[in-house]
Design a protein around this ligand. Structure first.
Ligand code: COI
Length: 352
């Protein structure tokens, strides 16, 4: 398929001041449509709203998936993507789960690179900033019958962003949710399906109303084992080893999660992917065996957890401060992403 490039005649004003997360969008986007069994009309075009029929199936049954990845521009002028192929492959896995057709990863990766290069002036360079890349697929068939759509739109938009949490690397407070659940085995929790996020909102709002930043999810069956957090996977650094919930079918297989596990193991730190009982986490916080807790995600990067509320009680972890291990992982990972630290794993795709 040919990739057309239509450049904007009206470049937008770039943001000045604090970026926040996902608030500003660049001049261009990538779009292609799927009809009659194939993707077509691939183009990079000026960023603009879509016109969609109100009967489109995405509005009624939520058949949509998305991804999140980032581009970095360093002081040397290099432009670097972090494991973007993994995101596109995960997108195909998510699509498969809800009957969305597969994309050609090589083609889309090439389009993504061209889009980022075209809007490269938008990539921020301050510490902790990046260009957040959001690929999405929505079902666009005009139909109210419940079935897999026959028409789709794929798009990639770009957002110059700062840290996901308003207070940057300040430790977050998590509320362990005992009533609502995020996902169950056999459901869609293992995939980046938009409905997972809608289903998480109620618990997120509840956590916020109670003074916490995000909800920490427990398993849907017994409400005993930690799964993940609002927008992150989660790690518990106990005295003897680091433990993180195993991917048993209801947890998102995070690319940052996978990278952190590889990084820690490469440094000789024992990491166990296992079921993590909330009672062990509470016990560790009480007897001091739990040294640090941190979340990982593309948007959140590595985010320290300072305390968590469970069963009506609050537990402080690591004195409520960012611990040494979390700091080290954050520095290593962002170092590799931006080029400050050599990329010994071959994770970075340099496009300039
Ligand atoms: C990401 O980390 O890219 C995510 O998808 C989290 C997001 C929902 C903000």
């Amino acid at each position: 398929m040919e990739l057309k490039v239509i450049k904007t005649q009206n470049p937008k004003q770039k943001p000045t001041g604090a970026l926040g997360f996902g608030k500003y969008f660049t001049d261009h986007m990538f779009v292609m449509e799927y009809d009659d069994g194939k993707w077509h009309d691939a183009r990079i075009q000026p960023y603009a709203p879509f016109t969609l029929d109100p009967s489109c199936s995405v509005f009624h049954y939520g058949q949509a998936v998305f991804e999140g990845t980032k581009a970095y521009r360093n002081k040397k002028g290099e432009i670097r993507l972090f494991r973007p192929r993994d995101n596109l492959e995960r997108m195909n896995n998510s699509s498969d789960r809800i009957c969305i057709p597969q994309i050609d990863v090589d083609f889309v990766l090439d389009a993504l690179k061209q889009l980022v290069l075209l809007d490269s002036e938008w990539i921020p360079t301050d510490e902790g900033t990046s260009l957040y890349i959001r690929p999405s697929i929505i079902a666009t068939e005009s139909a109210l019958g419940v079935h897999a759509a026959h028409s789709y739109k794929f798009f990639i938009i770009l957002s110059p962003s700062g840290s996901y949490y308003a207070h940057g690397l300040e430790p977050v407070k998590l509320y362990v949710e005992e009533h609502y659940v995020r996902a169950c085995i056999g459901g869609t929790g293992h995939h980046k399906v938009v409905g997972n996020y809608a289903a998480s909102l109620k618990a997120g709002e509840k956590a916020n109303a109670l003074g916490y930043d995000q909800a920490m999810w427990l398993d849907s069956n017994e409400h005993k084992y930690v799964e993940e957090v609002g927008s992150m996977n989660i790690f518990f650094a106990f005295k003897d080893k680091v433990r993180t919930p195993a991917l048993l079918g209801s947890i998102l297989p995070g690319i940052t999660r996978k990278s952190v596990i590889e990084l820690l193991r490469d440094e000789g730190v024992e990491v166990e992917e296992t079921r993590v009982a909330i009672k062990d986490v509470v016990e560790g916080a009480e007897n001091g065996n739990l040294k640090e807790v941190f979340g990982t995600g593309t948007a959140a990067v590595v985010s320290p957890v300072g305390d968590f509320g469970y069963g009506g009680k609050d537990y402080v972890v690591g004195g409520g401060k960012m611990g040494e291990l979390s700091r080290h992982i954050y520095d290593e990972l962002t170092g590799i992403q931006t080029g400050r630290v050599p990329d010994r794993f071959g994770w970075v795709m340099r496009i300039k």
